[in-house]
Design a protein around this ligand. Structure first.
Ligand code: PEP
Ligand code: MN
Length: 263
């Protein structure tokens, strides 16, 4: 059902007035994790100030170590929702288990399924039964075919509002956190009718690569870019090395807008 052969025209997903997949790149910015009301409000103000319509932030964090910050859960999601409402933003947030979905749904606009859960088939079926868009991230060791099959689980359960997100794959290369598989973008665009995003933060894991990676994503035809922004990345409870501070975010967004005007 996600195949281009089944449906030749691009799927466009409308969230809070943003038309994802219609041609002009969309942007999802926000902190890695919700840490406090003040933290998310500052980021929401910066995003809203640019006229953007989406904010991300993790409340249920899938962390590699059980001793790392696990997120504030529903309380954190409520903080994100409050900040988003103040600046007219839609909330993109990760859900890690079907059992959280019902409680979390009123506070989110787009459900993220993270890389670690790309083949959590019960979660895929559960988000397939809601009527809100799903941002599905590629598993860190998933082939493109497996990624497409994960999306197929969601659409087969009834939800065709799916955004695919390339976020880097695990390779032998250690210079970046993951290896951004940039050619996955045009392949996914050819094989499916779904919008394709690139997460430049988790793919590169390096602040200095966020801009070139986003330019590459846009140039190769991505429908949008995701990147993490935090008021004070040095004290962030997760992903301190790659989040942008608010001034870096300003410069980053300006540079991207200039780059896009060349097209
Ligand atoms: C995230 O976007 O917050 C995240 C954990 O990313 P990924 O699932 O791609 O690792
Ligand atoms: Mn992160």
């Amino acid at each position: 059902l996600v195949s281009r052969k089944k449906k030749s025209e691009d799927t466009v997903i409308t969230v809070n007035g943003e038309r994802i997949g219609e041609g002009t790149p969309s942007f999802i910015f926000g902190p890695c994790a919700v840490e406090s009301q003040e933290q998310v409000s500052k980021v929401a103000e910066a995003i809203g100030g640019k006229g953007l319509r989406l904010i991300r932030g993790g409340a249920y964090k899938p962390r590699t170590s059980p001793y790392d910050f696990q997120g504030l859960g529903l309380e954190g999601l409520k903080m994100l929702k409050a900040a988003a409402e103040q600046y007219n933003l839609a909330v993109v947030t990760e859900i890690v288990t079907p059992s959280h979905l019902e409680d979390a749904l009123p506070y989110l606009d787009v459900v993220q399924v993270g890389a670690r859960n790309m083949q959590n088939f019960e979660l895929l079926k559960a988000v397939g039964q809601i009527n809100k868009p799903v941002l599905l991230k590629r598993g860190m060791a998933a082939t493109i075919d497996e990624f497409i099959n994960a999306a197929e689980y969601i659409i087969a359960s009834g939800n065709d509002q799916i955004i695919l997100c390339e976020r880097g794959i695990r390779t032998y290369e250690k210079a970046t956190r993951n290896t951004l598989d940039i050619s996955a973008v045009p392949i996914l665009k050819q094989e499916t009718h779904l919008p394709v995003f690139v997460d430049v933060t988790h793919s590169t894991g390096r602040r200095d690569l966020l801009l070139p990676a986003a330019k590459a994503a846009i140039a190769i035809g991505a429908d949008g870019v995701m990147a993490e922004v935090h008021p004070d990345p040095a004290v962030a409870l997760s992903d301190a090395a790659q989040q942008m501070n608010l001034q870096q975010f300003d410069e980053y967004y300006d540079s991207l807008m200039k780059f896009m005007k060349q097209y």
